[in-house]
Design a binder for this molecule. Structure first.
Ligand code: ADP
Ligand code: MG
Ligand code: MG
Length: 255
């Protein structure tokens, strides 16, 4: 069994007025086979957590650790993180003009698998994965993320998930900006990934609606840069009913 352990993680972001502490001690363990919904209000630091784990240069980890099967992720290069089996959806958020999707995906697969996939097999794999996600074939010749709509970017994330087959996936707001049909296609893709093996998923989200499609095993409420409550799926139902207010007070009570 594989584990991803986040231990007392503190991180700050570089702003124009200097650095500002956003993560104030995050503790969370995700084991293979588990899906954790990570829910918090706007500005609570959810994306900061994802960026800190991804090693984004704007986010400085000041203390704590992130261990993947006991190995310190924070000391790994971005490629090493991918090779170790960690998938961060925001790893390649940028547009890469002149690099086609098909070349990009093949290099990413080569980096994570340690060898280039055989071209005939690869073409089939990509075609099937794109078909599952209802992605048009012309997509593979487009430049990475260039002019992609919000929905296309999200489908592209799930396409990578399918092809790269990581042990752990951290998905940040995968549901944002999706219409009902796209939400179904993307959720089905995440569920296929989950069922493809003993995968660990950290599903970061602001809204509960994606949890109608993807059933989490655990739900964490994240306020003010730390997890203030953890529970089962019923916790998401409570958030749906009454929002984050009760939890916001809880954070104040603890500091
Ligand atoms: P969430 O994803 O939960 O909405 P974020 O992690 O995006 O929250 O942001 C947490 C806090 O950190 C917010 O107050 C936000 O304004 C600030 N922040 C995040 N990234 C930056 C940045 N690059 N520059 C300045 N402030 C930032
Ligand atoms: Mg935000
Ligand atoms: Mg965010």
């Amino acid at each position: 069994m594989a584990t991803l352990e986040i231990k007392d993680l503190h991180a700050e972001v570089e702003t124009e007025e200097g650095s500002k502490e956003i993560l104030t001690g995050v503790n969370l363990t995700v084991s293979s086979g588990e899906t954790h919904a990570f829910m918090g209000p706007n500005g609570s630091g959810k994306s900061t957590l994802a960026y800190a784990i991804a090693g984004h240069p704007k986010y400085n980890v000041t203390s704590g650790s992130v261990l993947l099967d006991g190995e310190e992720v924070l000391e790994m290069s971005v490629d090493e993180r991918a090779r170790a089996g960690l998938f961060l959806a925001m790893q390649y958020p940028v547009e890469v003009p002149g690099v086609s999707m098909s070349n990009f995906l093949r290099s990413a697969a080569t980096a994570t698998r340690g060898e280039a996939p055989q071209i005939r097999h690869w073409v089939k794999e990509v075609k099937q994965a794109m078909g599952n996600l209802e992605i048009d074939e012309s997509f593979s010749e487009r430049s990475v993320n260039e002019g992609f709509s919000g929905g296309e970017k999200k489908r592209h994330e799930i396409l990578q998930l399918d092809l790269l087959d990581p042990k752990f996936a951290i998905l940040d707001e995968t549901d944002s900006g999706l219409d009902v049909d796209a939400l179904r296609v993307v959720s089905d893709g995440i569920n296929r990934y989950r069922e493809s093996g003993d995968k660990g998923v950290l599903l970061i989200t602001h809204y509960t609606r994606i949890l109608k499609h993807i059933k989490p095993d655990y739900v964490h409420v994240f306020v003010g840069g730390q997890v203030v409550e953890s529970g089962g799926p019923e916790l998401a139902d409570e958030l749906e009913e009454s929002g984050y207010v009760r939890f916001a007070n809880k954070k104040e009570a603890t500091v």
